[in-house]
Design a protein around this ligand. Structure first.
Ligand SMILES: CC(C)(COP(=O)(O)OP(=O)(O)OC[C@H]1O[C@@H](n2cnc3c(N)ncnc32)[C@H](O)[C@@H]1OP(=O)(O)O)[C@@H](O)C(=O)NCCC(=O)NCCS
Length: 96
């Protein structure tokens, strides 16, 4: 296994969902695995009608904040970032 991702529905901070876990083994980083996993989870969120998604950014991970920012998340409070519409990560910014 090279990595994993998990998310769930929540009303935390008025969001529709939360990205809970994301991890890629060190030897496979910077090869697009987390980006692919994030698109898979985004697809699931959109299927669920969940667009506004929060994530608690690991303060010890320099890469995490840069990764989420690269994918359009914004810092909204200390160590919390959000996507206003995670559907924008999907081809054509998918609308259901
Ligand atoms: C954060 C993490 C999931 C990224 O996984 P990854 O598979 O390496 O990410 P990707 O290859 O899809 O990276 C996509 C982009 O994110 C950014 N990025 C990712 N890691 C980065 C790093 N170490 N430094 C700077 N930018 C980084 C880059 O813009 C990168 O694009 P590029 O490689 O073309 O420059 C991985 O480093 C990890 O598992 N870290 C430890 C656990 C962790 O912090 N999880 C998040 C908890 S909130």
């Amino acid at each position: 296994m090279a990595g994993y991702i998990a998310g769930h529905r929540t009303r935390r901070f008025g969001c529709d969902g939360e990205l809970q876990y994301l991890y890629v083994v060190p030897s496979r980083r910077r090869s697009g695995i987390a980006s692919a996993l994030l698109r898979c989870l985004a697809e699931w969120f959109v299927t669920e009608g969940a667009r506004r998604i929060c994530v608690d950014v690991d303060a010890d991970s320099h890469a995490a904040g840069l990764f989420y920012a690269k994918h359009g998340a914004e810092l909204v409070r200390p160590h919390w970032m959000e996507w206003q519409d995670i559907g924008r990560l999907l081809p054509g910014g998918r609308r259901l």
